[in-house]
Write a protein that binds this ligand. Structure first.
Ligand code: FA5
Length: 348
């Protein structure tokens, strides 16, 4: 009888200790203390040998019951502790959605990309299409189709990176004119295009020259296109880019692919024409080259020059951006100094 009482009080004691265990470590200690090899229940099991045989099964069953009861209680407590731990973790990790977020640093287009997109938007609004062409170009498109046969002296105006005798890095965006005229279907309407992109020249890098820079080519071919159309178009362009008060003037010039050819100046946006350091005290700033498309160029694309005429212009967005923002050195565009680039914010 003594053993039965002992077992009953052991069970009560163990149950209490299990309930008092507030973490898994304490609970494990209770398991070792009561159910371990050196624990009281194991001791009692060993002592059963000495019992009279009719009591052995009774006590044996009781030992099992106590062991099972303790084990079950421990499992329950373990579950409870784990539930509590999870609850605490969830509480401590709750996200406060009302807290201010961390701002994500947003990138922006390069200042030249911004200028070019501004110009593209303007011409898109006037019904032009944007056409791109290859930077690795054939000599025939870059020069010959632009009325510059091999050995033409005007090739010297554009010092060229040749890849082979017939393949080069394009020195201008003008070859896209020829590529587009070749395929344009005039029965569907006039050709109005601009072609933005990178060009390359063997110029020594200095404050105003880069061996790689950008150009935007413009071309309109249709019936009855005159110099007046060119002037009107460029006036809209200059006012949009440099301000509504700007005026333009055309000076005679020479390009092999236009006849007549002109350089286009815009009245100085800094001094309004009075004369200052930006316009070198002339009141005017040169912004692009232009002219009426040379009949040879149209004919090489199979266009009937009795019926069609056209104007073309080519400008350097690098130089335009320098003027517009007062940037003194073209190389800044290509050095990727984030402090420089961050000054030019995209229009919101
Ligand atoms: C041309 O390249 C002609 N294709 C432009 C043209 C097109 C005229 C259609 C008529 C009709 P030019 O070599 O002047 O022309 O170059 C045009 C512009 O590119 C220049 O006004 C200048 O802004 C820019 N440019 C020329 N060389 C450099 C350079 N090394 N670095 C930066 N910009 C340059």
């Amino acid at each position: 009888m003594e053993m039965k009482e002992q077992l009953t009080s052991l069970k009560e004691e163990a149950m209490k200790q299990i309930k008092d265990s507030h973490d898994l470590k304490a609970l494990n200690q209770v398991r070792i203390d009561y159910l371990g090899k050196k624990g009281p229940i194991t001791e009692i099991s060993k002592g059963m040998k000495k019992l009279p045989s009719e009591e052995k099964p009774v006590v044996g069953a009781m030992v099992n019951d106590v062991r099972t009861a303790i084990t079950e209680e421990m499992d329950k407590q373990k579950e409870e502790l784990e539930r509590q731990a999870l609850q605490e973790q969830l509480m401590s990790e709750t996200i406060d959605v009302t807290l201010p977020g961390t701002a994500v640093a947003k990138g922006q287009g390069h200042v030249l990309t911004q200028i070019m997109e501004e110009i593209e938007d303007l011409f898109l609004g006037m019904g032009y299409q944007i056409v791109e062409g290859p930077e690795v170009e054939e000599d025939s498109y870059n020069f010959e189709r632009m009325n510059l046969p091999k050995d033409h002296p005007a090739r010297d105006m554009q010092d060229t990176f040749y890849i082979t005798d017939d393949i080069l890095l394009r020195t201008q965006t003008s070859p896209v004119q020829a590529r587009t005229m070749d395929t344009h279907d005039f029965s569907k309407g006039p050709l109005k295009m601009i072609s933005p992109g990178k060009v390359y020249r063997r110029d020594n890098d200095d404050a105003t020259h880069s061996h790689q820079f950008h150009q935007i080519e413009g071309l309109v071919v249709a019936e009855n296109i005159t110099m007046a159309d060119l002037k009107g178009t460029l006036e809209v362009f200059a006012k949009e880019l440099f301000g509504a008060d700007r005026e333009i003037r055309l000076r005679p010039s020479y390009f092999p692919f236009t006849e007549p050819s002109v350089e286009v100046d815009v009245s100085c946006f800094k001094c309004g024409g009075k004369g200052c350091s930006v316009c070198k005290h002339t009141g005017w700033i040169e912004i692009l080259g232009a002219g009426m498309v040379h009949p040879n160029v149209l004919e090489m694309s199979g266009i009937d020059t009795d019926k069609y005429s056209g104007f073309a212009f080519g400008l350097g967005p690098d130089r335009v951006a320098m003027l517009k923002y007062g940037i003194e050195d073209i190389r800044r565009f290509y050095q990727n100094d984030i402090r420089f680039l961050n000054q030019f914010k995209v229009k919101e």
